[in-house]
Design a protein around this ligand. Structure first.
Ligand code: NAP
Length: 296
């Protein structure tokens, strides 16, 4: 998947953290790349970047952004569209933060926004396209992956998971973190579900950056948790337990560009194709999730 002519990468979660590193790298490594940044804040400043303003917690705003990008692709205002990167993600300290649509905000950003953008963009993606969705190994739920920092996912029907208060003691920080791991399990299900819904030649892949201390992800966490991460984070990145945003951003860029080989439906753990959790392979759940998301 090398590029010899102009093409467009649509990407969310570019304003900071892993996505900011990946976006800068994609632009630097590939002079043919045009980047469409979808989000609340613009990404890098460059004539090769178009910013489309959207709060991804708001379904109508997200749908409008997707439609607008489709129009730009159709009328030739941007080069051919062959990449979508759903990297935006959020974690709260409760499971009751509610969006304008009445959804729980973690689920809205981490799951619904990706589905809405994919729905709007799918018919504009050209042959040999690659979609990458940033998930998380917290979806496994075991000690090796969750390091006792994030509780295991707690699955239930999608219309329950999508609403505030889906988890035990929903006002607690533990419920917020459970909402996060569960939303990332849902994102892996979403990738599996979209494999067959896409045209042949359009691939969709899950990316797990691993634990990356120092990004904005814990910005809603309490001061204690933030302080712990500030002290522990740099130490952890010296061990195999954690990685830096520079490293994670480079790995994401390699996967998006196609330098890293993977097949549709694969789960890429940092730079290796591995299996996602046993629980994450569940066609019945995937169909139920897709059916629910299509009602929104
Ligand atoms: N850091 C880790 O340890 C880790 C581990 C596994 C997976 N991940 C995943 O990696 C991805 C990147 O996270 P990060 O660690 O780089 O965190 P980050 O620095 O907080 O970046 C998150 C990005 O998502 C965007 N975003 C969040 N809510 C949004 C909304 N409502 N509308 C538009 N954009 C929104 C943010 O934009 P704003 O600037 O507008 O907020 C930001 O660009 C996420 O999907 C995260 O879940 C991270």
């Amino acid at each position: 998947m090398t590029h010899s002519s102009a093409h467009t990468i649509v990407m969310t979660g570019v304003s900071q953290g892993i996505g900011a590193v990946a976006a800068s790298r994609l632009l630097a490594d590939d002079p043919h790349a045009h980047l469409v940044v979808v989000g609340r804040r613009p990404g890098p400043t460059s004539p090769r970047v178009t910013f489309v303003d959207a709060d991804l917690a708001d379904i109508e705003a997200t749908r409008t952004a997707g439609r607008h990008i489709g129009t730009l692709a159709q009328n030739g205002s941007i080069p051919r569209l062959d990449r979508f990167v759903g990297n935006a993600g959020i974690q709260y300290t409760d499971a009751i933060t509610t969006t304008v649509d009445g959804l729980e905000a973690t689920f809205a950003v981490n799951v619904v926004a990706n589905h809405v953008l994919l729905t709007q963009l799918r018919s504009h993606l050209t042959d040999s396209s690659r979609i990458v969705i940033t998930v998380s190994d917290t979806h496994f739920g075991d000690l090796r992956h969750n390091l006792a920092l994030v509780p295991a996912p707690a699955w239930s029907a999608p219309d329950v998971l999508a609403r505030p208060g889906a988890f035990t003691e929903p006002e607690s920080a533990a419920a917020g973190r459970t909402a996060y791991s569960t939303s990332k399990l849902a994102a892996v299900h979403l990738v599996h579900a979209w494999v067959d819904a896409l045209e042949p030649g359009v691939d969709i892949i899950s990316f797990n950056p691993g634990l990356v201390p120092g990004t904005g992800l814990a910005r809603h966490a309490g001061r204690g948790a933030q302080l712990m991460m500030r002290v522990l984070g740099p130490v952890l990145t010296l061990t195999p337990l954690a990685t830096t945003s520079t490293q994670a951003g480079a790995e994401l860029a390699d996967l998006v560009s196609g330098r890293k080989l993977a097949r549709s439906g694969d789960y890429v753990d940092r730079n290796r194709v591995v299996s996602s959790s046993a629980e994450s392979y569940d066609p019945a759940r995937e169909a139920e999730l897709m059916a629910f998301l299509d009602t929104l």
